[in-house]
Write a protein that binds this ligand. Structure first.
Ligand code: GBH
Length: 489
């Protein structure tokens, strides 16, 4: 099915949405000014020692005060879209509408108006991990009442920005929120309950997503005509041995636990994948529990969740190799529930973050898997990119290589496999606060000098490269190759 040739030449459709991404906590700074309330990331990072160098997002790229500079970079790259997120606690400092902070609304209005003035499509994430701390005080996503509270926030944003914003994503990476936030407990709110909290939280996230989708449908779609989705994340999972059926099944199971957890309910039938129901159900029974740790949806809830995304949004960075194992029964854990062990794709280049190898071919396979699994949806790649360490400044050839090879695999998926890829959003516009990695690595097309209070931004080699890819709309066949192949395209 997949050709061996390294590069494919051709271009994307004229409407292809090239863009770059950011998120509020990673770039804005201004953590407590103009009325902004604290988020769970403010609380976490301000405790010394939680992040390398005790780094935090108090100032970050200072984008709250440097809107003009961000817009300048976006215009220089000639991107067609900009994906950013709204800081909930900048708009509602304590999470509730009653605490409305007009200055926060003004900031996003300025950003959106300027983007439109420069013909850049805003792609807005409603929640990129920075929950208002006040809502964590009532247990955050592990409390079902947050479904209505989040809906109220979304409703306000649709009403306020929706006359200009036509591309909405409810959550960035619900998998990360549920598993890293409530299972491993690595990221805020740092809850370490790997056996059941992730499943409960995911259940609430799915309901909250669906509720916001229906709010848009009922109150705004007709007049605003936008679309609503959710940005899921997945590594590509390659079986350790494609000739051993058990291993092929194991790789598919890994994808179901990662992406199917959310995509199966939303894009298929309102319910979790069979592989998850079977695995978690059996483990729970063997653990002597009276019911599965994976909660069940009622028929009404399934109908409510099914079909609540207008396009498929996927964030992707790397590929892993998995093998089947029989995991131990204790302690109870989402990880053990999968009966898998994971390894790196050792033939591919390493990057600045451990276990994040640059495996370009994995993206094409993931796109094809999504096409087959979810009935050929329109797909937007809403994050893809690579880190270099902070010593790498402008000469980021590793990033150029990454984008060249990954985007070429997207082109193969589009041109050769017929995957309906509609857009590609590179991560990220500029070096930013990279969560648990602080400022030790950068994903940016632009370097930001975090030691300078003015946070000067400077384009790297990759910025020039991405500009050219956008300008060419892909990789047109070079002239000499046309002669060689004896045809024109
Ligand atoms: C992306 O997640 C984020 O969506 C994006 O905001 C960020 O800029 C990008 O990573 C690069 O850092 O280290 O706390 O995230 C990519 C998938 C899933 C990878 C969670 C890291 C471990 C926990 N991530 N995972 S954390």
């Amino acid at each position: 099915m997949f050709e061996k040739k390294l590069y494919h030449y051709g271009t994307f459709p004229g409407s292809f949405l090239w863009g770059v991404s950011s998120s509020a906590y990673q770039i804005e700074g201004g953590w407590n000014i103009d009325g902004k309330g604290p988020s769970i990331w403010d609380k976490f990072t301000q405790k010394p020692g939680n992040i390398p160098g005790s780094a935090n997002g108090n100032v970050a790229c200072d984008s709250y005060n440097r809107l003009e500079e961000d817009l300048y970079m976006l215009r220089a790259l000639r991107v067609k879209s900009y994906r950013f997120s709204l800081s909930w606690s900048r708009i509602f400092p304590d999470g509730l509408r009653t605490s409305l902070n007009q200055k926060g609304v003004d900031y996003y209005n300025r950003l959106i108006d300027n983007l439109l003035a420069y013909n850049i499509t805003p792609m807005v994430t409603l929640y990129h991990w920075d929950l208002p701390q006040a809502l964590q005080n009532i247990n955050g996503w592990d409390n079902i009442t947050i479904i209505d509270i989040f809906n109220d926030f979304c409703d306000f944003c649709f009403a306020t920005f929706g006359n200009r914003v036509k591309f909405w994503m409810t959550f960035n990476q619900p998998h990360t929120i549920a598993w890293s936030g409530y299972g491993l407990g690595q990221i805020p709110p740092n809850v370490k309950m790997p056996g059941d909290a992730p499943y409960r939280v995911a259940h609430n996230l799915l309901k909250a997503h669906a509720k916001a989708y229906h709010t848009y449908d009922e109150k705004y779609r007709k007049s605003q005509g936008g679309l609503v989705s959710i940005a899921l994340n997945a590594d590509w999972i390659e079986p350790t041995d494609v000739n051993v059926p058990r291993e092929v099944v194991a790789a598919d199971r890994a994808l179901q636990f990662q992406i199917g957890w959310f995509a199966h309910p939303i894009f298929k039938n309102g319910d979790y994948p069979d592989a998850m129901k079977w695995q978690v159900g059996n483990k729970s029974e063997l653990q002597g529990l009276s019911e599965s740790r994976l909660p069940a949806f009622t028929e009404e809830e399934k109908a409510f969740i099914r079909g609540t995304a207008d396009v498929f949004c996927i964030n992707h960075y790397t590929t892993k190799i998995v093998s089947h194992i029989t995991a131990r029964l204790s302690p109870q854990s989402y990880e053990h529930d999968q009966d898998l062990s994971e390894a790196e794709e050792v033939d591919s280049p390493t990057t600045a973050i451990s276990k994040q190898r640059a495996v370009a071919w994995g993206l094409r396979r993931l796109l094809n898997w999504i096409k087959e699994e979810y009935g050929d949806p329109e797909i937007y790649i809403t994050e893809n990119g690579v880190s270099t360490d902070k010593e790498t400044t402008f000469d980021d050839t590793a990033r150029v290589f990454y984008y060249k090879t990954y985007i070429d695999e997207v082109l193969k998926a589009y041109d050769l496999d017929g995957v309906k890829v509609q857009g590609y959003i590179a991560t990220s516009l500029m070096d930013s606060f990279e969560w648990l990695n602080g400022y030790t690595v950068g994903f940016g097309f632009h370097r930001v000098d975090f030691t300078n209070p003015n946070r000067p931004r400077t384009p790297k080699y990759s910025a020039h490269y991405y500009y050219q890819v956008i300008k060419d709309n892909g990789f047109p066949l070079p002239d000499d190759e046309r002669v060689l192949y004896g045809h024109f395209r």
